[in-house]
Design a protein around this ligand. Structure first.
Ligand SMILES: CC(=O)N[C@H]1[C@@H](OP(=O)(O)OP(=O)(O)OC[C@H]2O[C@@H](n3ccc(=O)[nH]c3=O)[C@H](O)[C@@H]2O)O[C@H](CO)[C@@H](O)[C@@H]1O[C@H](C)C(=O)N[C@@H](C)C(=O)N[C@H](CCC(=O)O)C(=O)O
Ligand SMILES: Nc1ncnc2c1ncn2[C@@H]1O[C@H](COP(=O)(O)OP(=O)(O)OP(=O)(O)O)[C@@H](O)[C@H]1O
Length: 516
């Protein structure tokens, strides 16, 4: 892969991003590397000076390791001797030049993208499950959990971000194409739009699943309006659009889709009982639950409009991932697969056995309660999870092990208290990615909102101890929910990813200890 200086200048001018350029070296016109990290520079590289923690010394380091051109929002003396491309927006420039450097890999992939406060990972896994049934070993996945860029086990690795930095995104797309992948299912976070990680990228199909207040605060979105605005960008950049008609703020979401997409490329779906405010709203698909219990979810997908019928995906579906909300995620996935040409029989076979790490993992501990490990970590997901378990077990005693992350999502602390007041009987407040904050102080902030006349609270900062105490306290008919981390293999503590054996592994170790 390579990019010429001339191409960089032309592309930046075309996108009105170039403020000025200073060309130093006539013989350094082609770059064979591209990076925003000085530690990764090797040979003639196009280097980006970006980030709140960027230090000019990184540019010196990049130059010493062979960088020939730098892109930045202002000139640096440390860049003397290098070609300089000074731009109005560094992250936009990075995305535009990154796509060109990796030779526009998105053009060789059918790209399906999901946004939503909840259900992105689940829907993405469901979609990949179906597409893999139709095109075995040809479907890439960029999710919060992992990135799959090829059919071999060594072409699958853990994700650091839900949507990676643009250079990493286009790099991984190129790998996927070179490994023979024909389809890509990806999650797009609102943060990805806020930070221009997907600037200029378009999708074959874009999904809007739902929105509820989250990700607002330092390092994330300043306001809910900003959060919604960034999420809507996915629709504006998708050739076909699928929207959950039951989402909050539906009118704004639908309006955003209709400004850039013809009605015949917009698909709406909703549950069978949902009554839209506007009864003429053309809902294309309805899903009708026939069974959503602790073993399975079964539902019928009903095409309503002509364009829905044409997709040939109506019929009965069964899921092994429990949780009634997963029927909505599955409906989205089936429509996505249908738009990629998959029929109902293949879709039903592809989705039925999909399991997702850290989502609804369950075990029974002898002599104690039923334990669920789940990634729920905001108000909407905790409510969906706890209300489902509450209904299925007929109002059981619910013990919840929970913490809230540091440095972000501050509103979750009050939200967790609210949902605990609504559904929990006992809360075990503990550590969950405290970052640079004190886990103890975060637990106190959650506790402030808990009605302790209604919910008994134990603060046990050691997460293992908290899980152990909750299980020990539980009776066989109780439910223990270990929330928040799902299958995360680490705790983020003061900038370090500290290894964590995963919640379910800890639960099973404790179960073994209790049995001995
Ligand atoms: C607020 C935010 O999103 N920040 C992201 C952003 O940080 P930044 O641009 O400020 O970069 P930085 O790390 O401060 O910058 C330092 C720069 O110096 C460079 N460097 C550093 C050291 C060195 O020796 N040499 C060198 O060149 C680094 O490569 C980097 O370019 O770019 C970094 C990668 O370059 C990300 O790791 C970082 O994500 C932080 C850690 C984060 O937690 N982000 C969360 C909020 C996020 O993005 N979440 C969403 C999901 C949200 C959802 O669930 O909906 C996601 O998509 O994952
Ligand atoms: N459609 C939904 N509505 C409400 N809650 C949901 C829905 N789908 C999943 N959940 C809950 O949210 C949790 C996270 O689901 P999932 O990982 O699919 O969402 P996500 O959008 O990828 O989340 P994040 O952005 O935090 O990574 C699940 O473990 C479940 O408890």
């Amino acid at each position: 892969m390579a990019i010429s200086l001339t191409a960089c200048i032309l592309l930046l001018k075309e996108h009105h991003l170039l403020k000025s350029s200073a060309i130093q070296s006539e013989d350094a016109q082609t770059m064979t590397g591209i990076s925003y990290d000085s530690r990764k520079v090797e040979g003639p590289t196009l280097f980006f000076c970006k980030g709140t923690k960027f230090r000019p010394i990184y540019l010196s380091m990049a130059r010493d390791k062979g960088a020939t051109t730098y892109v930045a929002e202002k000139p640096y003396v440390e860049g003397n001797g290098l070609n300089a491309l000074i731009v109005t927006n560094i992250t936009k420039a990075m995305s535009i030049l990154g796509a060109a450097f990796y030779d526009f890999p998105q053009d060789d992939l059918h790209v399906i993208a999901f946004t939503g406060t909840k259900g992105k990972t689940t829907s993405a896994y469901f979609t990949r499950g179906i597409l893999e049934a139709a095109h075995p070993k040809h479907v890439a996945l960029f999710s919060t959990i992992d990135r799959i860029v090829g059919p071999d086990p060594d072409q699958r690795f853990k994700s650091d971000l839900t949507t990676p930095e643009s250079l990493d995104l286009f790099h991984d797309m190129r790998e996927a194409v070179d490994n023979g992948m024909t389809h890509l299912v990806m999650e797009v976070s609102s943060q990805a739009y806020l930070r221009n990680r997907v600037f200029g990228l378009t999708y074959d199909v874009g999904f809007f699943l739902n929105i509820s207040p989250d990700h607002i605060g330092p390092n994330e979105h300043p306001t809910f309006a900003n959060y919604l605005h960034n999420k809507l960008q996915l629709l504006v950049n998708s050739r076909k659009v699928v929207i959950n008609a039951e989402t909050d703020h539906f009118d704004e979401v639908y309006a955003a889709a209709r400004t850039t997409t013809y009605d015949d490329s917009i698909y709406l779906f909703a549950s069978a009982g949902f009554q839209p405010e506007d009864p003429t709203l053309p809902i294309d698909f309805r899903f009708d639950s026939s069974e959503a219990d602790l073993e399975t979810s079964k539902f019928t997908l009903i095409p309503v409009t002509d364009k829905a019928v044409e997709l040939n995906i109506g019929g009965s579906y069964s899921l092994s991932l429990i949780g009634d909300y997963n029927e909505s995620n599955a409906t989205a996935a089936i429509i996505g697969a249908g738009l990629a040409g998959v029929d109902a029989t293949t879709a039903a076979a592809g989705i039925k056995n999909v399991q997702i790490p850290g989502r609804m993992e369950a075990t029974n501990v002898a002599g104690h309660g039923h334990v669920y490990v789940d990634y729920a970590h905001n108000y909407a997901s905790m409510k969906a999870l706890l209300s489902f378990l509450n209904a299925e077990y007929n109002n059981p005693n619910i013990r919840v092990v929970i913490g809230a992350p540091g440095d972000k999502g501050v509103s979750r602390r009050a939200d967790f208290a609210k949902v605990l007041n609504e559904y929990a009987d006992e809360a075990y407040l503990t550590t969950d990615d405290p970052g640079f904050e004190s886990a103890d102080a975060i637990a106190d902030q959650i506790r402030e909102g808990i009605d302790e006349d209604r919910v008994q609270v134990k603060k046990i900062i050691d997460r293992r101890e908290a899980i152990k105490t909750a299980i020990e306290d539980s009776r066989p008919e109780d439910i223990v929910v270990v929330a928040g981390k799902g299958a995360d293999p680490y705790q983020k503590v003061r900038g370090v990813d500290t290894p964590w054996p995963k919640d379910m592994v800890v639960v099973k170790e404790i179960a073994k200890e209790l049995a001995e």
